[in-house]
Structure formats: C-alpha cells, structure tokens
Design a protein around this ligand. Structure first.
Ligand SMILES: NC(=O)c1ccc[n+]([C@@H]2O[C@H](COP(=O)([O-])OP(=O)(O)OC[C@H]3O[C@@H](n4cnc5c(N)ncnc54)[C@H](O)[C@@H]3O)[C@@H](O)[C@H]2O)c1
Length: 333
C-alpha cells in the first residue's frame, strides 16, 4: 500500500524532506503547504504535487495519510494536534516546541488519539550511530560507564538567524540529549552546564552562547558529557564515544570518501569533513522516513516518540537553568 504524504514547510529542511518524500517507493507525495506561498509553489511545481492553500486543505484531504511537519518550531504544536484530530500520522521536526508548558498541553490534547507521532531526531538513524547502538545492545562493550558526544557546527550562523531558535541547548544540543538517552536507556538525574561566548560576541544580544559543555549523571552513576560549538573551522564534527566495562565504541566523522593519504610530511591525511547537516546525515534522514513508513504500515509504536521529544526538552531546560544559575540541576526519577 502506498501512503499519501503532505509536507508542512518548504524552507531549509522542508526542501530536503520533499526530495526524500518524492523518491520513496512506498510514498505518494500529495501536497505541500507553507505560509510562504512562493516557497510552497516552487516545491509543488518541482514535484508536480498539489499546492495546498491553507492548513485545512491538507487535513481534509482523504488522500493524505501522514504529514511531515518541517515548518518553523512555533507551528509544531498546533499542527501535531490538528493532525492527531484528523487521524493523520505525524513525522515532526525537532523540537516539539520551545516551551515545556505548551508541550504538556499538547500531550494532554493528543492523549485520546492513537495516530503514530514520530519526532525528527534523525541522528538515531545514522548508520554509524546505529551500529554503535546495536553493539551496545548486544553487550559488545559490557556495561556503559561513560558517553562523550561531540557536536560542532562548521560555521556560526548569522546571529539574527538564531534569534528565535531557542538557543544552543534547546535548538542544537537537543539532538545530543536524545542520542544520549537512546544510547543509555536510562534518564540522567543530574545536569551541570557551562558555556561561553567565544565565537561571535553578537550572540550576547540574543542572550545566547556559542559554546557549551554539559555533564550528566544517571541514577546508576553512568556519566555523560556533551559538547557543542557553533563553529569548528575544520567542518561538521559529529562523534560519539562510549566507554564500557569491556571496551569502547566510537562512531566518528564522515568525509566524502574513505581515502587516506600518506606522504613524507604526514600520515593518515584525509579529506575535509563534510560541511552540512544535510550531507552528513542524508542517509539518516532517508532511514528515518523509512522507519516512519514501516511504523505506519505495521501499526507499531513510533520511535523516537513525542515522549522522547518531551524528555529531551526537559533535559535542555535543565541545562539552560544550570548554565544560568551556575548550579547543578537535579531531576526526579
Ligand atoms: N533534524 C534536523 O537536523 C533539523 C535541521 C534543521 C532544522 N530543523 C527543524 O526544522 C524546522 C524548520 O527549520 P528550517 O531550518 O527549515 O527553517 P526555515 O525557516 O528555513 O523554514 C521554515 C518554513 O516554515 C514555514 N512556515 C512558517 N509557518 C508555517 C505554517 N504555519 N505552516 C506551514 N509552513 C510554515 C516558513 O515560511 C518557512 O518556509 C525547525 O523546527 C527546526 O528546528 C531540524
């Protein structure tokens, strides 16, 4: 059975999702809606799909079984709620929202509906990260003791662009909180965050930081460190290291090819790292969509779920509070 999909948002990430939706063998890409008419029109024309004129146009369309929400973050809650009420399955970009109160209200509003709601924590689907997680689940490194996640963007986006992002913890590190929770299979109970403005002093104007480190401990004593920087001059730096009682696993960076160059002046010279999240995680975005289609077709629970999105937001808020107060934040278990 082919599933009809509509896309909300034809911006930066929406256009990438549109390309995956158009090529998926089990998906019929039906329509796109964006408040920016020109953006929606361009996507509609490119894929020869319906240019929806309003949100209701999408939700009342019986050809649409599922919606992919890639519109700006403040729109997610309303679209998730309306999709659940209309009986459409949801794949929604992270974060659910920047305000935990609104997330709690949405959680209550959708509780009565049973449509699958999957969160766009795409990094769970990266083949390297997946292999690392499988190896952990299969006991290859024994009991987890420490996790170190490094996530650094290649370059600092313009500060006005970050103005409504929610800041480094809620917008950027939220991916890493999700990965950490998924790898650990256990919630942190203590969060300590520090941060700095090292890259662009303008970031102070939006009360944000550009460099952050977070330490966490779980009830059983496992330790986790996440570090984020808005700029790494050598490319998009994405690494996970997990130390266990029987060994260590690393899921590392990607270059365009795997060729290593050795010469008289250096050993192990490789190409530069990839420089965009779309290139680095292209398979992850595709596999995320595959997993969502599989979930709908097989009536399985969606993963990562709305609850995963909520828990990661709670951790991001704890990190922000710790950064602001200079104190550890304890979370209930
Ligand atoms: N998973 C990831 O790796 C990843 C990467 C980038 C962005 N994101 C998330 O994706 C979302 C979009 O980010 P972006 O970078 O593409 O932003 P963007 O600003 O480029 O695009 C957002 C689009 O949403 C449209 N929009 C606004 N209100 C709308 C509404 N009510 N209905 C339909 N469309 C509406 C805007 O006109 C715009 O075209 C954000 O929530 C962001 O956090 C996730």
């Amino acid at each position: 059975m082919t599933l009809g999909f509509a896309l909300f948002g034809a911006g930066r990430i929406g256009r990438m999702h549109a390309s995956h939706l158009s090529r998926h063998p089990d998906i019929c890409f039906v329509s796109v809606f964006d408040v920016n008419q020109a953006a929606a029109q361009e996507t509609a024309q490119r894929y020869n799909i319906h240019h929806a004129q309003c949100i209701e146009d999408v939700f009342s369309d019986t050809r649409v079984h599922a919606v992919l929400i890639a519109s700006s973050t403040p729109t997610h809650i309303d679209l998730i709620t309306r999709a659940a009420q209309a009986g459409k399955a949801v794949l929604c970009e992270k974060p659910i929202d920047l305000n935990i109160g609104r997330v709690e209200q949405c959680r209550q509003a959708i509780a009565a509906y049973s449509v699958p709601i999957q969160l766009g924590f795409n990094r769970r689907w990266d083949p390297g990260h997946r292999r690392l997680i499988e190896a952990i689940r299969q006991g290859e490194i024994g009991d987890i003791e420490q996790i170190v996640i490094t996530s650094r963007d290649p370059c600092m986006p313009p500060v006005p662009f970050l103005k409504d992002s929610g800041g480094i913890f809620l917008d950027m590190m939220i991916h890493d909180f999700d990965l950490m929770r998924y790898i650990l299979n256990e919630e942190p109970t203590e969060v300590i965050a520090i941060g700095s403005r090292l890259i662009d002093p303008e970031i102070l104007k939006i009360d944000d930081i550009d460099s952050a480190m977070v330490l966490m401990r779980t009830a059983s004593g496992k330790l986790c460190h996440i570090n984020n920087a808005r700029r790494a001059c050598y490319g998009y730096d994405q690494r996970i290291e997990v130390l266990g009682s029987l060994g260590m696993l690393i899921s590392g960076n990607r270059t365009a090819t795997n060729v290593e160059h050795y010469h008289s002046g250096a050993t192990t010279v490789r190409e530069p790292l990839l420089t965009s999240f779309v290139d680095r995680y292209t398979e992850a975005y595709r596999l995320q969509l595959d997993a969502f289609v599989h979930t709908i077709k097989n009536g399985q629970p969606a993963t990562p779920s709305f609850e995963d999105g909520r828990q990661s937001l709670i951790l991001a808020n704890a990190a922000l509070a710790s950064f602001k107060t200079g104190r550890p934040v304890c979370l209930g278990v």
